[in-house]
Design a protein around this ligand. Structure first.
Ligand SMILES: Cc1cc2nc3c(=O)[nH]c(=O)nc-3n(C[C@H](O)[C@H](O)[C@H](O)COP(=O)(O)O)c2cc1C
Length: 326
């Protein structure tokens, strides 16, 4: 399949694996890229720029296909060493950067100068337009369904994607709630040039996370996610668990008085315990409503091949036959 996204990134299928904290390691990114999509390493999961440089090398050893690095700009008192991470990306010969969390304008010149394509992930049409105006090559439009941070506007993809299609001239991918060939065809029909998946890629054999995490996704329905940190205007969609219920109870009881410190036990530094040790109640971890559509743990290649075969079948048979019948 050829779209503006496959052309832009030099990939076979219009499928991107979004950056994911403690999930987006070299082995997952390489598996996605080897299967014809665009795999993405998550920079901030690596403790230092030197560790990121090693991870990029590890990925390049496992694939000769293009892969990307996610740079998430977090609200933080002591920011990570972004210049160091960017140097590791540029020196590592990475071709694509996925930015997220905040306006990447400050970092664009150095990335563009190195010939790196930038896809900015955003949750609102106004932010997508801003990304286009400052020179991003593409955007990833993350609807309300998404795992992670859906923003504060709560606009689901059935509205957000056609709005983005009407407003943008650069290519964009649909993100949030994407799982299979149906998602891809729907995303294309709504005006996107491909799709970005997070949660679906965690439930794959190659995702380097504890088996409990994969099984939790398989067991979850579309009713099992919760929105946390809304009172802090830092909303995150997570899988319901004991820690999340405790966190939500604090949000209810403290109301407008809630501060980050009050919920730090449930959200700060919990990812290694969940993703690596499989301690599923250790804290809040991002998960999309799409968990309700996930019922197996295939290899990345099986997943991507299945998505493409299903998408092509839908277009050639189901949709074409409807036209033929008129
Ligand atoms: C466990 C997990 C961790 C994530 N971590 C990040 C991150 O560090 N940076 C980022 O930009 N997006 C992050 N995301 C968001 C994904 O890249 C992607 O946009 C999102 O998962 C899409 O929604 P979906 O889960 O419905 O596919 C994360 C998502 C999950 C599920």
């Amino acid at each position: 399949m050829k779209t503006r996204i496959t052309e832009l990134f030099g990939i076979q299928h219009p499928i991107i694996q979004g950056g994911m904290h403690y999930v987006g390691y070299a082995q997952l990114a390489a598996a996605v890229s080897n299967a014809g999509g665009l795999g993405i390493i998550t920079a901030l999961t690596q403790r230092t720029p030197a560790a990121l440089a090693d991870e990029i090398r590890r990925c390049a050893d496992m694939t000769d296909k293009p892969f990307g690095v996610n740079l998430t700009f977090l609200p933080s008192v002591t920011p990570p060493d972004y210049p160091g991470y960017i140097k590791a990306i540029v020196d590592g010969g990475v071709k694509v950067v996925e930015t997220a969390g905040n306006n990447p304008q400050k970092w664009l010149p150095v990335l563009k100068e190195a010939g790196i394509k930038v896809i900015h992930k955003c949750t609102a049409v106004r932010h997508a337009l801003k990304a286009q105006a400052i020179g991003c090559d593409a955007v990833s439009v993350d609807g309300f369904e998404c795992g992670g941070h859906p923003g504060e506007d709560d606009v689901p993809n059935f509205i957000l994607l056609p709005r983005a299609a009407g407003a943008l001239s650069i290519p964009f991918v649909a993100s949030g709630g994407m799982a299979d060939g149906r998602s891809l065809v729907a995303a294309l029909a709504l005006g996107a040039d491909g799709m970005n998946m997070g949660t679906r890629f965690i439930a794959t054999r190659e995702a380097p996370v504890h088996e409990n995490v994969k099984q939790a996704i398989v067991a979850a329905s579309e009713l099992d996610t919760r929105l946390v940190m809304r009172p802090l205007r830092n909303t995150e969609r997570v899988l319901a668990n004991a820690a999340v219920e405790r966190l939500l109870e604090k949000e209810r009881s403290l109301g407008a008085e809630l501060k980050f410190e009050d919920i730090a036990d449930e959200v700060a530094g919990v990812y290694p315990r969940i993703m690596q040790q499989g301690d599923m109640d250790a804290g809040a971890w991002s998960c999309g409503m799409v968990a309700g559509l996930i019922s197996d743990v295939p290899t990345v290649r099986e997943l991507i091949d299945r998505i493409m075969a299903e998408a092509e079948g839908l277009i050639r048979q189901r949709l074409a036959s409807m036209l033929g019948a008129t």
